[in-house]
Design a protein around this ligand. Structure first.
Ligand SMILES: Cc1cc2nc3c(=O)[nH]c(=O)nc-3n(C[C@H](O)[C@H](O)[C@H](O)COP(=O)(O)O)c2cc1C
Length: 265
């Protein structure tokens, strides 16, 4: 433009068709559009003085809820941009604070997300009216924890889906369960499965579970829909008729331990 040069990198579908990254060498600034965004609002325009873990967590939450279905193009573009060896002092995304102090950290975080790197972590999500499904969820959680895994348990009607999406992103194991109501799963579980369907996860193992009274097809249906989102089943579904007995809860504890063990191998 005279004073400034601009380098453009097209970034279609991260996460809109017309997105583009712009780099200005004189300002050592990347205008990254949706990439590296978060929903942090601060008087300081940059990340200076903010807690690093907080900033990265917010960026992960943004990615999980906005960009996750486009992880494959993110990986390709990230490699391309890193290969350009740009001298960067500021990353200015379209949303949230400007990255200044934590540039290396946010890039490292994006590398992990783009590679769909998973942690030794199980996320269990469920819906339950009379607590039978909840009891299964809790026994599974105890089993994963006993096997040394980090575990998060979320009842969908009590939790913002943005938090579940953030936590699921780096989980190695995902368990989804529901009670059976009028022969279908709870609407919150159906909505959640629809939410993750475009994500096309990699590196995730799954287990579906359900409590029922007289129609035992809901766990199978959850399992089918989990697979559509890329979560690979790693165990037969759990079908619990009404209240689980102590022995059945112990079985579920052991199922989780077995899954945890198989995932280490
Ligand atoms: C409103 C309502 C509707 C139900 N409808 C069915 C049904 O259509 N088919 C079935 O197998 N069980 C049905 N049940 C039984 C529940 O699936 C069963 O009690 C299950 O253990 C509930 O799980 P929860 O305790 O996690 O809510 C229904 C229960 C409720 C409360």
């Amino acid at each position: 433009t005279g004073k400034y040069d601009f380098v453009f990198v097209e970034m279609q579908m991260i996460h809109w068709p017309d997105n583009m990254l712009t780099y200005c060498p004189q300002l050592k600034t990347v205008f990254s559009n949706d990439a590296f965004g978060q929903h942090i609002v601060n008087f300081n325009l940059t990340d200076e003085g903010l807690d690093k873990a907080y900033c990265l967590k917010q960026a992960k939450e943004y990615f999980a809820n906005i960009v996750l279905p486009y992880t494959t193009p993110v990986q390709a573009k990230l490699n391309l941009i890193l290969g350009m060896n740009l001298d960067i002092e500021y990353i200015m995304p379209a949303h949230g604070i400007i990255w200044k102090d934590y540039i290396a950290d946010i890039i490292e975080t994006y590398k992990g997300i783009a590679a769909q790197k998973v942690e030794n972590k199980a996320v269990i999500v469920y819906e339950s009216v009379w607590k039978h499904t909840q009891q299964i969820a809790e026994s599974l959680a105890e089993g994963f924890s006993d096997a040394g895994m980090d575990v998060k348990v979320y009842k969908l009607s009590d939790t913002k889906s943005s938090i579940v999406m953030r936590e699921i992103m780096d989980a190695k194991v995902v368990c989804i369960g529901s009670g059976t109501y009028n022969n279908v799963m709870a609407p919150s579980v159906a909505a959640f499965l629809e939410h993750i369907r475009p994500c096309k996860f990699k590196n995730k193992k799954g287990l579906a579970f359900a409590a029922y009274g007289w129609f035992n097809q809901v766990a199978k249906e959850i399992d089918t829909r989990m697979q559509q989102s890329g979560i690979e089943s790693c165990h037969d579904v759990i079908n619990q008729c009404y209240t689980p007995s102590d022995d059945q809860l112990e079985d579920y504890f052991n199922v989780a331990k077995e899954i945890a063990k198989n995932c280490q191998e």
